[in-house]
Design a protein. Structure first.
Length: 134
């Protein structure tokens, strides 16, 4: 009988969620850093889809390189897919700094919640070990 609430499964889920939020943070930061790039279209990662794909495959998913000149950060071929966002032309490019900062804040909240949950699970295990030694 599978144990859907085992600590290893919960740790795995939280680990994958943290990894996806880190990748999404890199994409959003790239959008912000390209705010002065003419004609730049912002990209994003669909968090729910990326997390579901990561959990289904059980493999680490990293960002895919879109240009061979980009720095290789040990990225696997089955990377998390980014997509170009719909936006309004501001006369220079499609980046809206307010929208990007909102996404960054939302992503940070998801990351912090996953980390805090992970820390609570570790504290629970420590408490069980401490109490078991009595």
């Amino acid at each position: 009988m599978p144990d859907n609430l085992s600590f290893s499964k919960i740790f795995n889920y939280l680990d994958k969620a943290i990894g996806v939020t880190q990748n999404r943070n890199a994409v959003i930061a790239s959008n912000v850093s390209n705010i002065d790039t003419p004609g730049y279209r912002p990209k994003d990662i669909n968090f729910k889809e990326a997390l579901a794909r990561t959990l289904e495959t059980g493999n680490e998913l990293n960002l895919t390189r879109t240009n061979p000149g980009h720095i290789d950060m040990r990225m696997s071929p089955q990377g998390i897919e980014t997509f170009e966002e719909e936006g309004e032309w501001n006369g220079y490019n499609w980046v809206n700094i307010d929208k990007e900062m909102t996404k960054l804040t939302e992503n940070n909240l998801i990351y912090r919640e996953a980390v805090e949950t992970l820390l609570r699970k570790i504290a629970l295990i420590k408490e069980v070990i401490k109490e078991g030694g009595r």
